[in-house]
Design a protein around this ligand. Structure first.
Ligand code: ASP
Length: 436
């Protein structure tokens, strides 16, 4: 039985945090593979090493002197090394990095060093083997992950060493050139590693005790979610709940490996379990998330126009402008397309002109004031009256609903409101559906 344990930036931000990590890892001998982020913030105004590395790379690009910034980063690692009396030659590592930067190393290489060095120190501290992700996480030339080769390599390292520390966030092309995942991608590394070794569980250690039912910046003290299914989590994180990287679920879902969100600073808290199916009853609503600033195009066709052709032509226009669509609604003569405002705000008039040209439609109306609120819950499926109950909350609170949609799995009801009603909507729903 193997547990893969991933520690986020705040969990490895200082030597004090390293000590907590060691206690957690050694408390359960199943915790055989440790994945780490780069050093995060130690206090609110502090810097994340990854941010500093991006900045360093930009400085280099514009010819600004980088030595002060390199020193600042190096000090963070030196401090941990000294506090914990580790053996890693941090100075030498930074000389190598400086040399590579001088030779023109890529931004991805520079940024990946945050995780690389953290994993080196952590391996030293735990007495585990350091395995460089550049050797085991393999990308194809089109930027997709080569899942098969990656799984084989991780598995063989695990069989060889049994106890490993692997840096998160990056891998390499077959040429050895470093490639990063998107921001927050160490979560994905943990998931890929868990899949590769068919882990019994994937523990994701962070600085909160699990997933909350709603954003605590909007709702005061929201309840913790005990269990959430992969499907629910996908919906919630897509709609803005920011606990895990959006792509974390995919690798583990096939093997049904549960993910646990746990708190390094309070390791006995229960946290949240993420799994395929939950036998916990839970609330009617598992979580509420949402995002502001969407745009709506409403296309009205000429009476004689063939509806399918209009839809096809309108969609091809969005494709041409490379705009990602969030929702599509159709009615007798109208067809509505919802997308992120930031994707279209500079090209609205071009998009409208093109739609009129290719689809030959009568009018295109544009509304730039839409927020989407997602109410997500497995217990909502196959239950008559649920959507009525949710919508009545908006009515009772005098909030106008602009759009409504529900997927056929019935675990997500999406309601579109004006941006100014966004927070009010979330608070109103929470008040009605949280267990009292
Ligand atoms: N350190 C990277 C970031 O800040 C990756 C991660 O922590 O997951 O995005």
């Amino acid at each position: 039985m193997i547990s893969v344990v991933k520690f986020g930036g705040s969990s490895v931000a200082s030597s004090e945090q390293f000590k907590k990590v060691k206690n957690i890892v050694l408390a359960d001998e199943k915790r055989s593979i440790v994945v780490v982020s780069a050093l995060g913030k130690r206090f609110k105004q502090d810097n994340k090493i990854t941010d500093l590395l991006y900045l360093l790379s930009a400085h280099k690009r514009y010819g600004v002197d980088i030595s002060a910034m390199v020193n600042m980063i190096e000090e963070r690692y030196e401090e941990i090394k000294n506090d914990l009396s580790l053996h890693v030659d941090v100075k030498k590592e930074f000389e190598i990095i400086a040399e590579n930067i001088k030779k023109g190393a890529s931004e991805e290489y520079i940024v990946s060093r945050g995780e690389f060095l953290c994993a080196k120190l952590m391996a030293d501290y735990l007495g585990y083997e350091f395995v460089d992700s550049a050797e085991v996480v393999v990308f194809n030339y089109d930027g997709t992950l080569n899942e098969e080769v990656t799984a084989e390599r991780i598995k063989s390292k695990f069989e060889e060493y049994k106890k490993l520390v692997i840096p998160g966030f990056y891998g390499a092309y077959p040429t050895g050139e470093i490639k990063l995942f998107s921001r927050g991608g160490s979560d994905v590394t943990g998931s890929i590693v868990a899949m590769a070794v068919s882990a019994e569980r994937y523990e994701n250690w962070t600085d909160v005790s699990g997933i909350l039912m709603a954003d605590p910046r909007i709702v005061d003290n929201p309840e913790r979610v005990e269990e959430v299914t992969y499907d629910e989590l996908r919906e919630l994180s897509y709609m803005g709940a920011s606990v895990l990287h959006e792509e974390t679920v995919m690798p583990v879902r096939e093997l049904n490996i549960p993910i646990y969100i746990l708190n390094t600073n309070s390791p006995n808290d229960e946290g949240t379990k993420i799994c395929k199916e939950s036998d916990k009853n839970g609330n009617l609503v598992t979580g509420i998330a949402g995002r502001k600033n969407f745009a709506v195009f409403t296309i009205t066709k000429v009476v004689s126009a063939d509806k399918l052709s209009v839809i096809r032509d309108v969609l091809s226009t969005f494709k041409k402008f490379n705009v990602k669509l969030e929702h599509i609604h159709t009615s007798v003569d109208c067809f509505t397309v919802v997308c992120a405002l930031s994707d279209v705000d500079r090209i609205v008039y071009d998009v409208i002109a093109e739609i009129k040209k290719v689809a030959g439609v009568v009018s295109v109306d544009f509304d730039d004031d839409l927020a989407l609120v997602a109410v997500v819950g497995r217990n909502m499926a196959l239950q008559p009256g649920v959507s009525g109950r949710i919508f009545s909350i908006f009515g009772k609170n005098n909030i106008n609903i602009k759009t409504i949609s529900q997927g056929t799995k019935e675990i997500n009801i999406m309601v579109g409101v004006s941006n100014q009603d966004f927070e009010k909507s979330i608070r109103a729903i929470y008040k009605e559906v949280a267990s009292k």
